[in-house]
Design a binder for this molecule. Structure first.
Ligand SMILES: [Zn+2]
Length: 324
């Protein structure tokens, strides 16, 4: 009982960051609302219950919308800014580190706009810069397929890495002060990014391939390389990436422990993927359940300082280093 109380206090006092959710996709289609209606895993009440302080809201346009990628993306950018304005008393749209600190001081939830899938750039650095001007601060270079930047993990032809345009995108993102996200990227592209990066490289939502052999997860070699750039991996709650059999909050904690053992405690964070998956891990049904993860780590004897890093301290460090 004392242990449980202790975990509650640690969770409440920590800065909690979730580096990936697909809530915007549901909001733009009217399938969810931040006020709590609809079928989503994320709304403002449950973010509060989950003790979440900073959320990355990903714009995601399914590749089936060929020809209208940018319009579809901009509609979600609009949704992000519209909802932030509508809920400005509790939610703050931020694009600078100082904005995050201000939101934390005002006890508001800080929302960071991201784009999942470089296909929305349609091969244009100008589009990248326009998205930056609209406060996008992180780009996941690919989704599962191939685009003008690189190949995703779903492609069978994955020998090729970053295209010349892909290299320009990474260079320009670093110059602007955007987080370069290798989630969904095929291994050859991953290693190209590691080779050319001069800033921390992140994976907003993935797990360990040693514990769960799924192409979306990272090998130990990849974990060490990413950690070597000062980057962070957001541990993901999609059941298929956690375990082929009975994924639970304990199995998610196993991934956290493995990534920390391989890459060091400074490379582990959270990237739930809530609203990006219909199925959820037992015990982690929606974003309000996040404190259970802290309880789990406390039960395993983790020191408070390490738990705080995983809950959000590591993401805050990378945001501080990367955002201009
Ligand atoms: Zn994803």
């Amino acid at each position: 009982m004392a242990q449980k109380r202790n975990a509650e206090i640690i969770h409440r006092d920590a800065v909690v960051v979730d580096a990936h959710c697909d809530t915007l996709s549901l909001l733009v289609e009217g399938r969810s609302s931040l006020a709590g209606a609809g079928q989503g895993h994320v709304d403002l009440r449950r973010l509060r219950q989950g003790g979440v302080n900073v959320v990355f809201f990903a714009v995601f346009v399914h590749p089936k919308y060929r020809g209208v990628y940018l319009r579809k993306a901009l509609e979600q950018v609009d949704t992000f800014h519209t909802m932030a304005a509508a809920h400005r008393d509790v939610l703050s749209a931020v694009c600078e580190y100082s904005g995050i600190r201000r939101a934390l001081a005002e006890e508001k939830i800080a929302g960071i706009l991201t784009v999942e899938g470089g296909h929305v750039l349609e091969g244009s650095l100008g589009v990248l810069r326009v998205l930056y001007h609209m406060h996008v601060r992180c780009l996941t270079l690919t989704w599962n397929g191939r685009n003008k930047i690189a190949y995703g993990v779903g492609e069978s032809e994955i020998k090729k890495g970053l295209t010349p345009f892909g290299r320009e995108v990474v260079r320009e993102m670093e110059r602007l002060g955007m987080l370069v996200d290798v989630a969904h990227l095929a291994p050859t592209g991953f290693w190209d990014v590691i080779d050319m990066a001069t800033k921390p490289v992140i994976d907003t939502h993935a797990n360990s391939r040693v514990l769960c052999d799924h192409p979306r997860n990272l090998t130990d070699e990849q974990v060490r390389a990413l950690a070597g750039t000062g980057g962070v991996i957001g541990v993901n709650f999609v059941p298929a990436f956690v375990s082929p059999a009975h994924p639970t909050v304990e199995t998610v904690a196993d991934h956290i422990e493995h990534l920390a053992a391989v890459g060091g405690i400074d490379c582990v964070g959270i990237g739930s993927d809530f609203d990006g998956t219909a199925k959820t891990v037992t015990g982690l049904d929606d974003v309000s359940c996040l404190p259970l993860l802290t309880t789990c780590l406390v039960d395993r004897g983790w020191p408070q300082a390490d738990i705080r890093k995983v809950l959000g301290g590591n993401w805050l460090r990378v945001l501080k280093e990367t955002l201009n």
